[in-house]
Design a protein around this ligand. Structure first.
Ligand SMILES: [Zn+2]
Length: 66
């Protein structure tokens, strides 16, 4: 019933299409959405965005109406 909680992968390296290799990335808060915070990962060398991630807020921090 319980999935193993999806560990927040702190991506250390992602593939950059421009550098054509796995590169260290910079994490940047892009958007704050109602369902979570959106982070953007960009290549430290050329700044190309290589991925993004939606970090969902802890459900306990939300007000739940039952
Ligand atoms: Zn790059």
């Amino acid at each position: 019933m319980t999935k193993p909680s999806y560990k927040d992968f702190d991506a250390t390296e992602l593939f950059c299409p421009k550098c054509r290799r796995a590169v260290p990335v910079r994490k940047r808060l892009l958007l704050v959405l109602s369902e979570g915070d959106k982070y953007d990962y960009s290549c430290v060398y050329c700044g190309t965005s290589v991925g993004d991630k939606l970090v969902k807020e802890n459900i306990n921090s939300k007000i739940l109406i039952r």
